[in-house]
Design a protein around this ligand. Structure first.
Ligand code: TA6
Length: 278
């Protein structure tokens, strides 16, 4: 395990524990890469990702917090999409050996910049376990005197071989189709053959992404939804930080808290949710 910087000075933690290797950026508290030895990479990272801290990183696992998508009415308009955790510099609190791998503990605490956007004292912690599985637990602690309300997502970009090979199981029903704005139901497994941006509101704990003869499993807990997203050709072409064909090798499966009411945390209380990629 080694803490270094990339060419643009971005602090990065490199882990290789003989079982798996991973790369974690302190900018965003962001897992960029994860790969078990002898296997293909599990996470997709855009070859056009901006890695200089000037904008959110396209790929890996961005932490969307304390809201998901555009800023909600309770926060006020014009705030950064998906919150500010993914564009804040986190602190590396520790790295330790664990029977299941290497445990990395990162944190973000309120500061002048966060208070200007969201006037609430907080401590945000991300525990990342790099082993035969990649496990993330995001804990929000309310260190202020008033209750706080939050939404969030662990916006996981999975690496896949080709869209037509993808079949997804465990998403449940109903879902909100963000592209049409319609509430809809889905029976059985889901196939990826066009742009998709959906919030599944009653998912199973285990989502299985079958990719030809390879399968990725995303197991999540204490969340209220799973977001699935692929921008397809037109969406990719509109993004400066994704190659035109980038959509053919990625698929987002995101453990998320998306309900309008969010999660309320009383003073001195905390709330955690998690995702495991295997
Ligand atoms: O999680 C899906 C989503 O909310 C989509 O609506 C899409 O915009 C995507 O996230 C990427 O958002 P970003 O702000 O990273 O461009």
């Amino acid at each position: 395990c080694q803490l270094g910087v990339n060419q643009t000075g971005l602090p990065l933690l490199y882990i290789d524990n003989g079982v798996a290797k991973a790369e974690i950026s302190l900018f965003g508290g962001h897992v960029l890469r994860y790969q078990r030895h002898g296997e293909p990479a599990s996470l997709w990272l855009s070859d056009k990702a901006v890695l200089d801290g000037s904008k959110p990183i396209r790929g890996g696992i961005p932490v969307c917090w304390p809201w998901f998508g555009p800023s909600p009415a309770r926060v006020g308009s014009g705030k950064p999409a998906h919150g500010f955790a993914r564009t804040s510099l986190w602190t590396l609190d520790g790295v330790s050996d664990h029977e299941d791998g290497t445990l990395v503990h990162l944190s973000l605490t309120d500061n002048d910049a966060t208070l200007a956007i969201w006037p609430h004292p907080f401590e945000l912690e991300l525990d990342v376990l790099v082993g035969r599985e990649l496990s993330l637990v995001l804990t929000t602690r309310n260190t202020g005197a008033d209750p706080i309300v939050y939404n969030a997502a662990l916006h996981t970009y999975l690496q896949v071989s080709a869209p037509e090979a993808i079949e997804i199981q465990g998403l449940g029903e109903p879902y909100l189709d963000k592209l049409s704005g319609q509430q809809a139901c889905q029976q059985g497994s889901v196939v990826l053959n066009a742009a998709m941006d959906r919030i599944y509101q009653a998912p199973e704990a285990l989502i299985e992404v079958q990719d030809g003869d390879r399968s990725s499993r995303v197991i999540s807990g204490n969340h209220d939804s799973i977001v699935v997203w692929n921008p397809w050709a037109e969406g990719a072409a509109a993004m400066a930080d994704m190659s035109d064909d980038g959509y053919t090798t990625m698929f987002c499966v995101e453990a998320a808290i998306t309900a309008d009411a969010g999660v309320t945390i009383a003073a001195d209380e905390e709330h955690s949710f998690s995702t495991v990629i295997c």
